[in-house]
Design a binder for this molecule. Structure first.
Ligand code: SF4
Length: 326
């Protein structure tokens, strides 16, 4: 079986923002019974840890709006204590960090990714519809004061944050935060008029950065789609994620679990396995779940057999892509 060391787990489809590239304003969220309970999430993740997962990234929606989510983080920390899990982390929009940063650190979280596309209050309100920038900045402060290392994930959007490239990079350098840009393809089915114009290839973004800074490619790979450079003048590290390039498939060590217990074996394909059924049918044994996971992972594509026709560039896929940073 191909070694899978990195699991991303969505714990909710809900969010307190409505980013235009991710959600429509009026969303129908999943009924509660469809979601894995916190106890089921615990069993699921623990089974993966038993199978060799060393890095667990919690995502959403917005993971910190899930009720009692700290119960889950606290319980996962036992795997950090045992040494089986090397890293417990999350991707968040930052809105709730002022409430949870200390508790997350206490649970063993050391690094977090925060999705933030602009430092302009008005633009922030526009793109998130419901979000407020000062609250997120307060959350970032709280995270850093709690001892969490912060990485800022920026979705690159032409005509939206192009003009903030240097101000965002400078801000991250000043605050000693890592920075990653994420490329997003034009949107399909979110009902948004002019997104098609907002595709900003990271190649262009990188060339713009190179006008002001000396970029050195870093060999560092994490088994995912990110590539890193160092800006020699500031010493900061900047990542680039182009989710739909497939040059990392052979080394890909990651799988993704949705909040309803579907396992996606590949970031770029829709092939998935239902793990909720074997989990719910066998409350007293993890053997069937274990077998279902092994079976699913054995189907993980190896790179060259990539089936491009099955990609879903718009909508659903793009949403996950917007949070691929890690
Ligand atoms: S992109 Fe993230 S913060 Fe924005 S609505 Fe989607 S899940 Fe929420």
């Amino acid at each position: 079986m191909r070694p899978i060391s990195y699991l991303r787990v969505s714990v909710t489809d809900r969010c307190d923002f409505r980013c235009v590239y991710c959600m429509s304003e009026n969303m129908n969220f999943l009924p509660k019974k469809e979601l894995l309970t916190l106890e089921e999430l615990d069993r699921m993740c623990s089974t993966f840890v038993g199978l060799g997962v060393e890095k667990l990234r919690i995502t959403g929606g917005e993971p910190l709006v899930r009720r009692d989510i700290m119960t889950f983080f606290n319980s996962m920390s036992r795997h950090l204590d045992s040494g089986d899990l090397k890293e417990l982390t999350l991707t968040t929009n930052g809105s709730q960090l002022h409430r949870f940063a200390k508790d997350l650190h206490a649970a063993g979280v050391r690094r977090i990714n925060i999705s933030l596309d602009t430092l302009d209050e008005k633009k922030f309100a526009d793109i998130t519809r419901w979000g407020r920038l000062p609250q997120v900045l307060k959350g970032i402060d709280a995270a850093r004061n709690a001892g969490l290392r912060v990485k800022i994930n920026v979705v690159a959007l032409k005509g939206f944050n192009e003009d903030e490239l240097f101000s965002i990079a400078d801000w991250c350098a000043q605050e000693d935060m890592d920075l990653t840009f994420i490329e997003v393809m034009p949107m399909g089915d979110i009902g948004n008029e002019d997104r098609i114009d907002q595709y900003w290839p990271l190649e262009d973004l990188r060339a713009r950065l190179a006008e002001r800074f000396t970029l050195t490619d870093l060999p560092e790979r994490t088994g995912g789609p990110a590539r890193y450079v160092k800006l020699e003048e500031t010493g900061q590290k900047i990542g680039f994620i182009t989710p739909l390039t497939h040059n990392f498939c052979e080394s890909c060590n990651r799988v993704r679990l949705t909040c309803t217990g579907e396992l996606f074996m590949c970031l770029g394909q829709e092939d998935n396995a239902d793990l909720r059924a074997p989990l719910r049918a066998n409350p007293d044994s993890t053997t069937p779940l274990d077998a279902a996971i092994r079976d699913a992972i054995s189907r993980k594509p190896k790179g060259h057999d990539f089936d491009y026709s099955r990609q879903n560039v718009g909508g659903q896929m793009s949403r996950h892509m917007s949070h691929t940073g890690g």
